[in-house]
Write a protein that binds this ligand. Structure first.
Ligand code: FE
Ligand code: FE
Ligand code: ZN
Length: 277
């Protein structure tokens, strides 16, 4: 079964997102838990969340992949920014329980000249504050392109965060095809090798989601500019191999390509037509 979807606007609530997903033949989706560039979060209507859960069950949805706001930086040098990260993170994890057992994906952060090692410690500190034994949500660390001082540009950095987190059973990884490509992992010519490396360093049991994007830049560019499927340096063929790879089959695939809803519908149809069950 191919679980595929894209980013949807959460402004009209969960049920509206579920219906929009069905409209475009998606059976999972991503959404921002709050304004991606700001801090505010709307109260969740429990009836709306419950209605969505019923719709998702009836339509065999895969796990949702919520996305933390871009402004959340768990390893900022400024304590006020780190405090916002802890507060927004903890609040989001509480809100996630309105739709239990899904994923919450976040960018590990930018260490802003403090060095990756300090960054890794601060990210683990944040996770050690916000993760709770009772939560049903799995928190995903996203693989990053390595632009600026981003932490998570190598599998080793993600491993180090996991190792320093107490409740590491609550952690997984989201592999972003544009980001790993930009970070220097050649998923075009050596997908098997990259996955072997992932397995050796992190363990494939941690891999929970694919962010499916083409890249505007060549291998190792450390840029992070997403392209539409087949319009970048990765190319459609390599991305079709990703969704059909035996170790990746069954993971939710989230499109983050520069598209409107019709463009997403086309890419979902294209990838579905190139998927073999
Ligand atoms: Fe992301
Ligand atoms: Fe991504
Ligand atoms: Zn990106």
């Amino acid at each position: 079964m191919l679980y595929i979807g894209c980013h949807l606007s959460s402004s009209k609530g969960y049920l509206a997102m579920g219906r929009q997903a069905l409209d475009i033949d998606a059976n999972t989706f991503a959404f921002f838990t709050r304004n991606p560039r700001g801090g505010s979060a709307k109260a969740i209507d429990p009836e709306d969340a419950a209605a969505f859960c019923t719709l998702a069950e009836e339509n065999n949805f895969g796990k949702l992949v919520a996305h933390a706001p871009y402004t959340l930086n768990a390893c900022a040098a400024d304590e006020n920014i780190r405090r916002f990260a802890r507060e927004a993170f903890a609040d989001d994890l509480e809100r996630m329980e309105a739709t239990p057992c899904n994923y919450y994906n976040f960018h590990p952060g930018s260490h802003v000249k403090q060095g990756a090692d300090v960054g890794i410690d601060l990210i683990a500190d944040c996770l050690n504050t916000v993760l709770k034994k009772e939560q049903t949500t799995t928190v995903l660390l996203e693989t990053m392109a390595g632009k600026g001082s981003e932490v998570g540009r190598t599998f080793e950095e993600l491993r180090a965060i996991i190792d320093r987190t107490n409740l590491s059973e609550k952690l997984g990884v989201c592999l972003d095809t544009c980001h790993v490509w930009d970070a220097g992992y050649d998923i075009v010519n050596n997908l098997d090798g990259v996955l072997e490396q992932f397995d050796r360093v992190i363990g494939l049991d941690r891999l929970k989601t694919i962010h499916m994007n083409d890249s505007m830049n060549p291998l190792g560019a450390h840029k992070d500019r997403h392209a539409k499927i087949g319009q970048g340096h990765i190319g459609a063929e390599a991305l079709i191999r990703v969704i059909n790879h035996p170790t990746l089959k069954g993971l939710p695939v989230i499109l983050e390509t520069p598209n409107d809803i019709d463009g997403y519908a086309e890419e979902i149809a294209f990838l579905r037509s190139n998927y073999s069950d």
